[in-house]
Design a protein around this ligand. Structure first.
Ligand code: FEO
Ligand code: CA
Ligand code: CA
Length: 515
């Protein structure tokens, strides 16, 4: 019996559907939902399971030093430990909602302000008696933004230049074995439009290109950032697309391997195998064929079809999507985050949805590389988890494993569709955990519910797993004006994205495998 039938059976569905925050739904109750699993909610609140507490670490507009502020729409989070109780946090700032910055008019003044809101922040944080706080004015605190000059790590110019101005569209990312942060430029066309190989240019939605014409080829890259200096470079080697993330590990030969997905309907999953064990600059880019269970080279010397269509390897890197299609890459349902299972080494890829193909709920794909070697060119694959009725989640996005192999993941039902149409009954976006052991092994349990219009992003554990850092992104993004706010989270005022820390006895139990 599904939830709706169950409620009808009890004769209370009409009552419950009129209670705000208590959505009726077609979701079935899991066979063994623990008492701390949250039901769907439509409240303008960050709700956490009993035993899981949250505190705001930093929010949009907070001063991080004398000159700079924490940017808009925080997303991916990565941590770099300095000592036992001090660390550097990297936080992405994906895009801006002009309504909340200086207004919708596309003037130079407004665009200048918006350029400083995107990119990323580096923050020094300290732990006192188990609680994390930002050290304001730390020498490490800095912003990368839409005007930061960033060189290309490549031996040729990109669209006539050795460097780009700015990074934006910074969605998810990764960390390298040598401790640098990777931040991924996803929907760069929002800001600069795009250009194809025939020179046809599309205009951007944000209208920044009207004020500052910049080459679209300079965006859509994975950017590597040194945690302590903020020095950065764009990694041409990983190709150009709407990069969601970059997940880095090492092959059995010690060489670095990076997986990255292109989050657009019917785009692809890439893997880069470096020549080096400590750099992502040189190596070979591959793209996945799930039909053939293999990684197909995008190297011009390996592929006559690429040699015919492209003038050199640089052009292949810039138009990676086009090259991928020429060699027979598998179209996927919007590959988002990628993580490695700490228990098996398998590669997990969130395929969030593909509404054009009527896939509304998404799934999580598992790739098992042959010989369990990330540098392998062949693999097998299966669907690990599907969204929808059975598991009571939709649109998986960012993921993180804990030390026991529990998979924590967020959902990203787009703001305009929350609890509507195919998503009726799912309520606001959430944070879920797939339990790997114990009484609820194999269950997906919702442990946090986001405020109105928001999604959770960037889940990241502290090194002792006692804290889960989490971004709350774009609350109130559907607000039509400052007088008609759809959310007032967290201050009862203009909505603000924020980073929170999640802690508590429930987290301690889950990460020790004791639930
Ligand atoms: Fe910015 Fe694919 O999420
Ligand atoms: Ca995302
Ligand atoms: Ca997303």
């Amino acid at each position: 019996m599904n939830r709706r039938e169950f409620l009808q059976f009890l004769g209370i569905s009409g009552v419950l559907s009129s209670v705000p925050g208590c959505a009726t739904s077609s979701l079935s109750f899991a066979s063994a939902t623990p008492s701390w699993g949250l039901p769907p909610s439509l409240e303008d609140k960050l709700i956490t399971s009993p035993g899981l507490n949250y505190k705001i670490l930093i929010k949009w507009g907070d001063q991080i030093n004398l000159k700079e502020k924490f940017g808009f729409n925080n997303d991916f989070i990565a941590i770099h430990s300095l000592t036992n109780n001090r660390a550097l946090l990297w936080v992405n700032h994906e895009y801006v909602n002009p309504l909340f910055i200086n207004g919708l008019e596309r003037t130079k003044e407004n665009v200048d302000k918006e350029l400083l809101e995107v990119g990323g922040s580096i923050l020094e944080i300290q732990n006192h008696d188990g609680q994390w706080s930002v050290i304001k004015n730390s020498q490490y605190n800095r912003r990368l933004h839409g005007n930061t000059k960033i060189p290309f790590a490549w031996n040729k110019k990109i669209a006539g230049s050795k460097k780009a101005i700015g990074t934006m569209g910074n969605c998810a990312g990764g960390k390298t074995p040598w401790g640098t942060f990777l931040t991924c430029e996803e929907n760069y066309d929002l800001f600069w439009g795009d250009v194809d190989r025939s020179g046809k240019i599309t205009q951007s939605l944000m209208g920044w290109d009207k004020i500052y014409p910049r080459s679209p080829e300079h965006y859509g890259w994975v950017v590597e950032v040194h945690p302590e200096t903020g020095k950065s470079k764009k990694l041409i080697s990983l190709g150009r697309c709407a990069h969601e993330c970059a997940a880095v590990t090492k092959g059995k030969n010690g060489k670095v391997v990076a997986y990255t997905g292109d989050d657009t309907n019917n785009e692809h999953l890439y893997k880069f195998i470096s020549q080096s064990s400590s750099s992502l600059k040189k190596g070979k880019l591959y793209v996945a064929s799930l039909e053939q269970n293999r990684w197909i080279s995008l190297d011009i010397e390996d592929q006559p079809v690429l040699k015919k269509h492209f003038k050199d390897q640089t052009e292949i890197q810039i138009y990676a999507r086009e090259a991928a299609k020429l060699v027979g890459a598998t179209p996927l349902d919007r590959p988002e985050d990628i993580e490695f299972d700490p228990l098996t080494g398998n590669v997990f890829i969130a395929l969030t949805n593909n509404k054009a193909s009527k896939n509304y709920y998404g799934s999580i794909l598992k790739i098992v590389e042959d010989n369990n070697d990330p540098a392998s060119l062949t693999f097998r694959h299966e669907t690990f988890l599907t969204g929808g009725d059975k598991n009571a989640f939709a649109c998986p996005d960012n993921m993180v494993f804990d030390q026991k192999g529990n998979l924590w993941f967020t959902s990203d039902i787009s703001g305009a569709e929350i609890n509507k149409g195919a998503y009726e009954g799912y309520g606001n976006n959430g944070l879920f955990v797939f339990l790997r052991s114990g009484e609820y092994q194999g269950e997906v349990v919702k442990v946090a519910s986001a405020p109105i219009d928001a999604e959770f992003t960037g889940p990241c554990f502290s090194s002792d797993y006692k804290t889960l850092f989490l971004s709350i992104q774009h609350p109130g993004e559907l607000s039509k004006s400052l007088d008609k706010l759809t959310s007032q989270w967290p201050d009862g005022d203009i909505p603000k994205s924020a980073v929170v820390t999640l802690q508590g006895p429930l987290l301690d139990k889950i990460i020790s495998g004791k639930v």
